[in-house]
Design a protein around this ligand. Structure first.
Ligand SMILES: [Zn+2]
Length: 175
């Protein structure tokens, strides 16, 4: 297993309107992998989650000359449903916008009423780690306790096995 890294000069990338499309295997994202893996410890300790993350990075300078990065993520991951402990697919389609600047500049660069909630800040860096950024964004987007949105198929539809609690009560009431 190798950790893949991809570094960019984020300010130059934005100013050149540069463009990058790539994909990551989950095995290249050890932190995200650990994060997904802990959901599966209860049922199948040796199962590694599988998945692929597509990402696209686009540099842009806006009309005011401010450097931005746009990040688009699409991922299909497998995690474990916390209700039925079966595999559960997780789909992500995420968009991010970052303003590149020095920390001290950010107040000046984000005038009030500018819709500045629409983007996050990223410190100017000549070696910004894109893989780490992609990983961070997916980790932050992960549900804390993922469960199937619909009913948990097999578990819900099969009602055998467990004794009916009312049947037990009946037995107790009987003389
Ligand atoms: Zn479930």
């Amino acid at each position: 297993m190798t950790t893949r890294t991809k570094f960019i000069d984020n300010l130059a990338f934005a100013k050149k309107n540069d463009h990058l499309i790539d994909e990551l295997l989950l095995v290249d994202c050890p932190r995200l992998n650990d994060f997904l893996h802990h959901f599966s410890l209860m049922s199948t300790p040796n199962m590694l989650p599988s998945g692929l993350i597509h990402y696209e990075l686009l540099g842009e300078t806006d009309a005011a000359g401010r450097p931005f990065l746009h990040l688009t993520l699409a991922a299909n991951l497998i995690t474990i449903c916390q209700r039925c402990l079966n595999e559960m697919p997780l789909k992500f389609a995420l968009n991010f916008k970052y303003l590149i600047g020095e920390v001290g500049d950010f107040d000046l660069m984000a005038p009030e009423g500018d819709g500045s909630d629409d983007y996050d800040m990223q410190q100017v860096s000549s070696n910004m780690d894109i893989v780490a950024l992609v990983e961070d964004e997916i980790i932050m987007a992960m549900p804390i306790a993922p469960t199937h949105e619909q009913l948990c198929g097999e578990i819900v539809s099969q009602s055998g096995g467990e004794p009916n609690p009312f049947a037990i009560l009946k037995g107790l009431i009987k003389p």
